[in-house]
Design a protein around this ligand. Structure first.
Ligand code: AGP
Length: 630
């Protein structure tokens, strides 16, 4: 979380920083700030504002921030409340050194105590504030003599401070005594250098750079960089100069617009039919053979020896992984386990052989998912499972993200930029990625006949057109139904089998954008406890799609209705659905592909409930699009 941006060149820095921050606001919007150095006066200006970036833009418009060198930050609060005093940049006691940071300094508390005992005064509750004080202390210790310039001293001070920091960080530092340079450093948190025309930039993520340049150089862990108007220098932790060439951005990093939609989330829900069309055109073109029925970008060797799959993911991506696991096990016959990446990191299961590890992350930046993948690769290497140490797959929507640099095999969901914090079209894209893998594994394992595989492929090809109608229909139905949720405070979602993860996803969507408490539950488990919650004021939304568990889900729904709950069904019309008080109809499709449809009404219902409440749907409170801290 948090986005940082830095620039040095021949143009005024403030407008560039604000533009970069606007493209990073999805990483946090608790506060924002910039600091610039005016070379003419050798003075540092710092402007910070609580809340969204628009507040900072106004402040900078009113008060100005001169200089062609600057750093900026958009914050998702970890340490310290979202108040101005905790907003970045943070400065040393003299006010001449300013730092922005993304990450968590785990030993900040002991560092702070040490600095305070030496007379350093703190102005915030953040972990970051130790850094400018540490840099100031190092600068005082460095013997400033001989031919070396101030910028070399700053570089050296930051390098030395990096040894004292524990945890993950990406940081950018300016000092009013070095208007010709800024210093950047990183460990386990992304930081990319951009080569602009007449300027050099640095940012947490590619969208912030894409408006200025397509030539980028990702920094490596424990590197320190010096940026001047003339070029960049990178050093490793021992101070040895590093030489690497930049590369060109491949992906589409354009800033999305809302067009005529009220919110990005609604636009992105509508875009799901296009996500599906692009996916089927790309991976399921006509004319593929029975032996290779899908055009995934992997050689045969990729599949060799895989007997098990484990999937690491968080949030909505984990729900997609759960649908994927159901498909991989039940359709393709590959034992598959899904883990919360955050749990896996500290309690991994005993190693199993011939196991492919998959990481699912739309942003490609989720700290827990990346760390769990890295830990698993290391663990396997240590135990001598070399083949499967490096045999990992990432499913992502961001081809320029950290996961694509970390994992050798990538499956691109190609959903296009998703701005709404609530994932919708990327969820659909992740589901489709798992259908692709399922087809690949099923056709190799011969668990099912080629006829069954062809049937699944044909069904998938019809998804884009069916989604167009479904989304439009449910936009209207959900808008009406949402009126009944004005006073609702708790909602239960139930589903079974392949649609149990859809119940979880429906509950997550409702929670995150409407702030209504919601639980997703396997329908058959309700009577083991949660049914006690049911009463007139607690609606139950039941995902009931024809298939092996259809009758079971309907019985479970009846049980809920008998407890006075209003019962809303996500089910095909006319299939014993009279049990429902309200119906969110979906097409009657095979159970295998039903999640691609059953999730849509739930997304739209959550959207309209939140819209009725007048909430900030695209940037819900306390959340960020990329969760880059653990
Ligand atoms: C989705 O609506 C949520 N905002 C969140 O659960 C998200 O899916 C999760 O943080 C994982 O993100 P990732 O896919 O970028 O890894």
């Amino acid at each position: 979380m948090c986005g940082i941006v830095a620039v040095i060149g021949s143009r005024e820095a403030a407008p560039l920083l604000l533009e970069g921050l606007q493209r990073l606001e999805y990483r946090g919007y608790d506060s924002a700030g910039i600091a610039t150095v005016d070379a003419a006066k050798s003075s540092l200006t710092c402007k910070r504002a609580q809340g969204k970036l628009v507040n900072l833009v106004k402040l900078v418009d009113d008060q100005g921030a001169l200089g062609q060198l600057g750093i900026g930050h958009t914050r998702w609060a970890t340490h310290g409340k979202p108040e101005v005093r905790n907003a970045h940049p943070h400065r040393d006691s003299s006010g001449g050194i300013a730092v922005v940071q993304n990450g968590i300094i785990e030993n900040h508390s002991s560092l702070r105590k040490e600095l305070e005992s030496q007379g350093y005064e703190f102005a915030s509750d953040t972990d970051t504030e130790v850094i400018p004080h540490l840099i100031s202390r190092e600068l005082n210790l460095i013997k400033r003599e001989g031919e070396t310039s101030n910028s070399t001293w700053l570089l050296e001070a930051v390098r030395k401070v990096s040894f004292q920091l524990e945890g993950a960080y990406a940081l950018a530092v300016i000092w009013e005594e070095t208007p010709e340079a800024l210093v950047v450093a990183k460990r386990q948190t992304p930081l990319l250098i951009g080569f602009g025309e007449g300027e050099f930039l640095c940012a947490s993520d590619t969208p912030a750079l894409a408006g200025f340049t397509r030539t980028i150089l990702p920094m490596e862990d424990d590197e320190v960089g010096l940026l001047t108007p003339l070029g960049i220098e990178l050093y490793d932790s021992l101070g040895k100069r590093q030489q690497r060439s930049p590369s060109l951005l491949k992906g589409q990093e354009d800033v999305a617009t809302k067009n005529n939609f009220r919110h990005f989330m609604l636009k992105e829900i509508y875009e799901q039919s296009e996500t599906a069309r692009l996916w089927t055109d790309r991976y399921l073109p006509l004319g593929l053979s029975d032996e290779a029925p899908i055009a995934l970008p992997f050689e045969d060797s990729f599949y060799e020896g895989i007997e098990r799959i484990q999937i690491l993911a968080c949030g909505t991506s984990r729900h997609a992984a759960m649908v994927g696991a159901h498909l991989l096990e039940q359709f393709a016959g590959i034992p598959t386990t899904v883990f919360y990446a955050s749990e896996f990191r500290y309690a991994p299961p005993p190693l199993t052989s011939h196991t492919l590890t998959i990481g699912v992350t739309q942003s490609g930046e989720t700290a827990d998912t990346l760390a769990a993948l890295a830990m698993e690769a290391k663990r396997r290497a240590v135990y001598g499972d070399i083949a499967f140490a490096s045999h990992q797959l990432g499913i992502t929507n961001r081809l320029e993200s950290s996961i694509t640099r970390q994992v050798p095999n990538i499956l691109d969901i190609g959903a296009g930029i998703e701005v709404g914090v609530a994932a919708t079209k990327t969820f659909l894209g992740q589901l489709l990625a798992f259908y692709g893998l399922t087809i690949s594994f099923a056709s190799r394992s011969k668990q099912c006949s080629s006829k069954e595989v062809s049937k699944l492929i044909n069904e998938l090809r019809s998804v884009p057109s069916q989604l167009i109608t479904l989304i439009k229909q449910h936009d209207e139905i959900a808008e009406q139904l949402s009126q009944q949720f004005v006073d609702v405070q708790n909602v239960i979602f139930i589903g079974r089998g392949i649609n149990y993860p859809i119940a979880l996803e429906g509950a997550l969507k409702l929670k995150e954008i409407s702030y209504i408490h919601a639980e997703g539950y396997p329908a058959g488990e309700m009577k083991h406890g949660p049914i006690a919650l049911l009463e007139r004021r607690v609606p139950v939304i039941s995902v009931a799609t024809p298939g092996v568990v259809f009758d079971k889900v309907l019985s479970n729904a009846q049980e809920a209705k008998a407890r006075d709950s209003q019962l809303i069904g996500v089910a095909p019309e006319g299939r014993a659905t009279e049990v429902f008080d309200a119906l969110l109809p979906i097409p009657e499709v095979s159970e295998w592909i039903s999640p691609l449809f059953s999730v849509v009404p739930l997304q739209l219902l959550s959207y309209h409930i939140a819209a009725n409440r007048g909430l900030d749907i695209d940037q819900p409170r306390n959340l960020a699009k990329s969760v880059t801290v653990e």
